[in-house]
Ligand binder design. Structure first.
Ligand SMILES: NC(=O)C1=CN([C@@H]2O[C@H](COP(=O)(O)OP(=O)(O)OC[C@H]3O[C@@H](n4cnc5c(N)ncnc54)[C@H](O)[C@@H]3O)[C@@H](O)[C@H]2O)[C@@H](O)CC1
Ligand SMILES: [K+]
Length: 510
């Protein structure tokens, strides 16, 4: 699993590299600048010119080193130092002298030649040290970079595009849009989370000498990027001497008249994700329609009618007997008592439970019902549902995705999957995982139902939270990526994922 570090953690990693390996910071900068020059060369057109824009901090120092390597390679290079040169860091000053030794002095920004097709702009204005919105000369420089890019120049950003906040992935109104971003040592949230990730272009992480040892010295809340190898290791291979009872029985409480497809998609997705048996519990009028989707689905009719409420408690407790996981929510008839019913049910049984869709909207009215849960609980909100759970707007949720998911997970002692581009998985112990798979084609009705089915199936097979959650999210996104290859982003629909989940398991040797 790859670690994703905040600016403070990056400084800790640097200090640890000095302590453990005696790595001088000048050498880290030398390595960073050299990698930056390599990346710039890789996207330049034949005979193109390199325009290197350097800010006052160490990010600017990386730019000065890159300029020196480009010059040494015989390229045409122009350099500008933006802002107050008296504020240069000691390391940057040394590199400025070295650059001048190679015969190149920084020019006034206004004196730089225009850049266009074939040229490369190296953005080394700000990195992890950006503190506020760029103004004045910096704002002009960022605006000019955008103009040059429109004219055909390529932009390579040192560490983080300038104007993008490294820890939150939020851009200030003026922010560089890069074609390539060279991430030094570790990925940062800005590379992994939206909207930052889109502004980074192609992210290339490079080793600069921070070392694995120093990474272990890093403290604080950590973000981890899930990789395919992490996910595939979680699911055990199926042995020959097993039967359907080995792989767990999922109870799906979902569906209602007009929303029977939601229940069927959860059930089929659980079946396609290795669950031994799947039973859907739903109102009598909806049940035949759910079951008609597929002969593998079993059903239990919930007596009574209308919204789910306290009167359904005994029937649901009965339905949960002998089950290994519960998925509740997609398409359920919700009423004033549904939240209390969910609280009572979770307090009465200890099977792992996935709450999705209208189950989330129901508990949003009183989140404390979740504190009574006996078994492990997984919440899978999309940003709109999270906004209801948190009592804020969807925009607020999207601006603070890491904080919101983490806060909900730690305060309620549940695992939270916050869906959206780069789905986040937050665990009660305080770790946050970032999922890299999935695509915009999955923004279509029913893909969430498929995800909750995968989660339920992995839980029923005995995989614990949060591993079951991030494995399910990774596999679901990968299925979406495979489906998009067949159907296109526009043509993809949720049931395509059911087919492509199979391809994921085949890829993983399962
Ligand atoms: N941590 C590490 O291990 C390494 C860091 N390196 C580089 O160092 C960078 C971080 O360096 P710094 O901490 O010096 O930070 P930056 O170079 O990102 O910028 C900080 C400087 O800009 C000023 N500043 C911040 N926001 C401003 C604004 N809106 N307007 C005007 N001035 C503003 C600050 O006062 C400070 O002088 C990394 O992104 C990376 O590029 C590399 O040299 C290699 C090693
Ligand atoms: K930068």
């Amino acid at each position: 699993m790859q670690r994703v570090l905040t600016a403070v953690q990056m400084r800790e990693a640097e200090a640890a590299a000095q302590e453990h390996h005696g790595m001088p910071s000048g050498l880290l900068m030398e390595n960073a600048g050299r990698a930056l020059a390599d990346a710039a060369r890789s996207i330049a057109g034949p005979g193109g010119r390199f325009t290197v824009l350097c800010g006052p901090g160490n990010n600017g120092g990386d730019g000065l080193v890159a300029a020196r390597f480009l010059l040494e390679g015989g390229a045409r290079v122009v350099v500008s130092l933006v802002g107050d040169t008296a504020k240069l860091t000691a390391e940057s000053k040394r590199n400025l002298q070295a650059l001048e030794g190679f015969g190149e002095s920084p020019r006034a920004f206004e004196a730089l030649p225009e850049a266009g097709a074939g040229d490369v702009v190296v953005d080394a204005l700000f990195g992890t040290g950006l503190r506020r919105a760029p103004e004045g000369a910096f704002a002009d420089a960022i605006g000019t970079v955008a103009r040059w890019r429109r004219a055909g120049a390529k932009v390579v950003a040192a560490d983080v595009p300038s104007g993008l906040q490294s820890d939150t992935a939020e851009p200030f109104p003026l922010c560089v849009e890069a074609d390539v971003t060279v991430a030094f040592g570790f990925l940062k949230p800005a590379h992994e989370l939206e909207p930052g990730a889109s502004l980074c272009g192609d992210v290339r992480r490079v080793d600069i000498g921070l070392g694995g040892e120093s990474a272990r010295a890093v403290s604080g809340a950590e973000l981890l990027r899930v990789e395919e190898k992490d996910a595939r290791e979680v699911i055990p291979a199926r042995r020959a001497d097993t039967h359907k009872g080995t792989y767990g029985h999922v109870l799906v409480v979902a569906g209602s008249s007009g929303k029977t497809g939601a229940a069927a998609m959860v059930a089929l997705s659980a079946l396609r994700s290795g669950a031994g048996l799947v039973t859907v519990a739903t109102r009598a009028e909806a049940l035949p329609w759910v079951m008609a989707h597929s002969p593998e689905i079993m059903g239990i009719a919930l007596p009574g009618e209308g919204p789910l409420g306290k009167g359904d408690l005994e029937a649901l407790k009965g339905a949960l007997e002998g089950k290994d996981a519960l998925v509740m929510g997609p398409g359920i008839p919700r009423g004033p008592e549904t939240g209390a019913l969910i609280g009572d049910l979770l307090a009465a049984v200890d099977v792992p439970a996935v709450l999705d869709a209208d189950a989330l909207n129901a508990v949003a009215e009183d989140l404390t019902v979740l504190r009574r849960a006996k078994g492990p609980v997984l919440l899978t909100p999309h940003p709109g549902e999270m906004a209801r759970l948190w009592g804020r707007t969807t925009k607020d949720v999207q601006q603070h995705r890491v904080g919101v998911a983490l806060n909900m997970a730690t305060s309620l002692n549940v695992t939270v999957v916050l869906k959206g581009s780069r789905t986040l998985i937050a665990e009660p112990g305080g770790r946050v995982f970032i999922n890299p798979t999935g695509n915009a084609g999955m923004a279509t009705g029913g893909t969430g139902d498929v995800l909750s089915g995968v989660c339920g199936a992995l839980l029923a097979q005995g995989i614990k939270l949060p591993r079951a959650a991030w494995t399910a999210v990774y596999a679901h996104g990968l299925a979406g990526d495979l489906a998009a290859k067949r159907r296109g982003l526009m043509g993809l629909i949720a049931t395509d994922l059911l087919e492509d989940l199979g391809s994921v398991w085949v890829r993983w040797g399962r």
